[in-house]
Design a protein around this ligand. Structure first.
Ligand code: BGC
Length: 779
């Protein structure tokens, strides 16, 4: 342990408590009913410690080695230490411990993007519940997830940790996850609040966002999540937003979230976010993690001088204690280190399969032939999740594609297994002459594709009924992807061309699997292949989940939670994103962002020092749809092995609540589930500068047998239809006739009904103004 002033204080106070020379020998013990008295009984020093974390727990001596941190304890007042860990794909913790023969493997759940592609709140609940349960049974209290920043650009390095380009889908999936976590008595921590949409220079970049885009897009996702799931904690982000750091912004944390939304939980900073501990306290950010000595000093001095009023510090401490009393450690839960890993593996497999999106199918899928040849390094080096704190990388195993296909009864062509094993081993030596780093925030380099001789290829064609080519992309925390990463590498293009031509020449087909962390180019090459399956990253059971879908055991029902654009640059947001930053380590954890002294010496650089969100509200499909731009695959797209019809759609209204009903009928030959997407188009949208249509609700049917019909009911409130009017500083639903659209993607309207909507307005605080003039896109 580092010897520091902070640690010395902790020791002194612990000794004082142990020797019975406590500050108050008869001190009462923390209970749900006496938090105010406990705050009063705390010394100033104890309060100043309470608002700081206790460092990261990476060393072997920690109680839970490899976890993110813990909270301060005051034994004399019955305030225990509580423990937190990352993250949304599972509990990040060392699986083995020094001097202990047991292992502590958690489940490697699915990447967030996979979860969002299910469009299934229940799936989100199940994953959250599984993670919440493992946190509890391994002895901790608090999981630092879900991450739920908006997917503004396909190159953001942490997209695999996020859900969608749409705030409603993001907010509702996050809410399902939070409810699941908290149903186990574990604290959830939605993050990173807010507008933290790039990793480059992430600790210093200023997101410059209009009040309207903030309210309608970036805050909206969190607002929906807060109102639907009431998380016990929320993590503030690294970036600055319209001026100050998010963690130090009182308008953001207190005026909007606490006063307007009525949220009563505890804000915790991202790890080492911000530069002014006192400002963070004043803003309403209750806890700073992982805690620094200089922060302790600053808070203590400010409290003594009155710069930090005691009632503010007390309120911060109170909210922390309100979290503490709900935790497992406070309740003395006897954990057993034996969560039901088998049941959780089942969840991973099921959700992993339900999150797979079928993009193209000539009819080859589900696979009839039993002999498959697997091409592409990724087929033998499957990516189960992203890197950084968001991926667990500590799961026990990842079921390979080979294992998955074999267990589904397929015969995997063996000479390719051998050839790829040798090729990947040689590439590994070339790329990592000194071995792989044990853990990295940014993804390690991946092997270049192997190319084949005509003889090798002919033998593979003879030995298989179909070729499956897997393409992989992995990204992580602290760096964004580059534009080049959006496109296929030369070796990948060559592989697709050669394999497709050769298989087609012999009357056989080619399936491509996309084991990716974020959208890539498919438009330029997909005509060469017969089927395209976006598997995303499905955690430890990936191989089984993919085989379940390829074999038809599971009928795909996933839908894209974001647009697949034709080219990088097609989205308006692309021009304000660091797609071409040479020094990708600029945002790295190890540098804590761009050197501030260096930054002072030069003109602020666009997309590095600041990023102007000039696309305004036109993020994702809101842009492509409203401006008539072609896409490779629209938001909400996904095929099935069966077909569905939508009948008897109707809309009715009572007291400003619209009820939309539609009958969904399975008109095909296979059982399947269907996602029903409800978009609403406002009247005069172009004139009023509103998106063409917006997702306002969705539902997922149960498994419908051929010929079976299910009536789906969805609600929309008049206030859900509101846009944010900056001039009036108000939410406003314009009166008029609105179109309610049942869609199978943002580009495919299946049924329509309209209804008169009365006007509705709600005034809110005129806060969070950008401090520069933004050149905003308008329709
Ligand atoms: C990440 C957070 C994470 C925290 C603690 C930060 O670098 O941005 O998402 O929860 O570390 O590990």
């Amino acid at each position: 342990m580092k010897i520091s002033f902070h640690n010395i204080c902790l020791v002194v106070m612990a000794v004082a408590a142990m020797c019975g020379c406590s500050l108050n020998a008869t001190a009462q013990q923390l209970k749900a009913e006496n938090i105010d008295e406990i705050v009063k009984a705390m010394t100033l020093e104890e309060k100043c410690h309470m608002v700081l974390g206790r460092g990261m727990h990476f060393n072997d001596e920690a109680k839970f080695p490899g976890t993110a941190g813990s909270t301060f304890s005051v034994a004399r007042l019955g305030i225990p230490e509580t423990y937190c860990a990352d993250s949304q794909q599972g509990l990040r913790m060392n699986a083995t411990r020094a001097w202990d023969h047991n292992d502590y493997y958690p489940t490697d759940f699915v990447a967030s993007m996979t979860l969002a592609s299910t469009w299934d709140r229940e799936a989100a609940f199940m994953v959250g519940q599984g993670i919440g349960n493992e946190v509890r049974e391994f002895g901790l209290d608090w999981i630092l997830s879900p991450a739920m920043n908006l997917i503004r650009n396909p190159l953001c390095g942490r997209n695999h940790e996020y859900y969608s380009e749409d705030p409603y889908l993001s907010g509702t999936i996050a809410a399902g996850y939070v409810r699941g976590v908290q149903s186990e008595g574990t604290a959830a921590c939605p993050k990173h609040f807010v507008a933290n949409n790039q990793e480059t220079n992430r600790n210093n970049n200023i997101s410059q966002v209009s009040q309207r885009a903030l309210r309608e897009i970036y805050l909206k996702a969190f607002e929906i999540m807060v109102k639907e799931s009431d998380p016990w904690t929320i993590m503030t982000s690294y970036n600055k937003l319209n001026g100050p750091y998010a963690v130090q912004n009182r308008e953001l944390l207190t005026t909007i979230v606490r006063d307007e939304w009525g949220w009563k939980g505890m804000f915790v900073s991202d790890w080492n976010a911000g530069d002014d501990a006192v400002a963070a306290m004043l803003a309403g950010n209750d806890m700073l993690q992982p805690g620094q000595d200089k922060q302790y000093q600053a808070i203590l001095e400010a409290a003594k001088s009155g710069k930090l009023p005691m009632e503010v510090l007390d309120a911060n401490v109170k909210r922390i204690l309100e979290y503490v009393i709900k935790t497992h450690n406070f309740k003395g839960y006897k954990y057993n280190n034996e969560p039901d890993l088998k049941a959780h593996a089942q969840t991973v497999r099921q959700v992993g399969a339900d999150g797979i999106v079928l993009l193209k199918n000539s009819g080859i899928l589900p696979l009839m032939g039993k002999r498959v040849a697997l091409f592409g390094c990724t087929s033998y080096d499957w990516i189960s999740g992203g890197s950084g704190f968001g991926g667990t990388s500590v799961g026990h195993y990842t079921v390979s594609l080979v294992e998955g296909m074999r267990s589904a009864g397929y015969d995997v062509y063996k000479p390719l297994i051998r050839a790829y094993t040798q090729h990947i081993a040689a590439e590994e030596k070339r790329l990592f002459p000194n071995g792989r780093p044990p853990f990295s925030l940014m993804p390690p380099a991946r092997a270049d594709e192997k190319q084949f001789t005509a003889d090798e290829l002919n033998a593979a064609i003879d030995g298989s009924d179909v070729a499956i080519i897997s393409l992989g992309r992995k990204s992580g925390e602290a760096a964004d992807r580059s534009e080049a990463d959006f496109y296929l590498k030369e070796g990948e293009k060559q592989l697709i061309k050669v394999v497709s031509e050769a298989y087609h020449a012999k009357g056989k087909q080619v399936v491509v699997l996309l084991d990716i962390c974020s959208p890539i180019d498919v438009a330029s090459w997909q005509n060469q292949v017969d089927a395209l399956v976006c598997t995303w990253q499905g955690g430890q059971e990936s191989g089984f989940a993919v085989a379940d879908v390829l074999s038809g055991k599971v009928n795909p029902s996933g839908k894209l939670p974001m647009t697949f654009q034709v080219k990088y640059g097609d989205a308006y947001a692309d021009k304000n994103f660091p797609a071409h930053v040479d020094d990708k380590t600029m945002g790295s954890m190890f540098m804590w962002g761009r050197n501030k002294d260096d930054a002072k010496k030069r003109e602020p650089q666009a997309n590095i020092d600041f990023t102007n969100y000039e696309e305004d509200i036109y993020v994702g499909y809101r842009y492509f749809d409203s401006f008539g731009k072609p896409v490779a695959y629209p938001f909400g797209f996904g095929l099935s092995y069966t077909t569905f019809a939508y009948e008897n759609m109707c809309v009715s209204e009572v007291n400003g609540i619209y009820t939309i009903k539609v009958d969904v009928k399975n008109t095909g030959k296979k059982a399947g589930r269907n996602v029903v997407e409800l978009f609403v188009a406002a009247p005069n949208s172009k004139k009023l500068n509103k998106p063409e249509k917006e997702l306002r609700n969705y539902a997922k049917t149960s498994l419908l047998q051929p010929g079976q019909t299910e009536t789906v009911t969805m609600l929309v409130k008049v206030e859900d239809l509101a846009s944010f009017n900056e001039k009036a500083s108000a939410w406003k639903t314009d009166a008029g006739r609105y179109n309610f659209l049942i869609c199978s993607s943002a580009n495919d309207v299946e049924a329509k009904a309209s209804a008169n909507v009365k006007g509705w307005t709600k005034k809110v605080n005129n806060v969070m103004k950008p401090n520069v003039k933004l050149n905003l896109l308008k329709r």
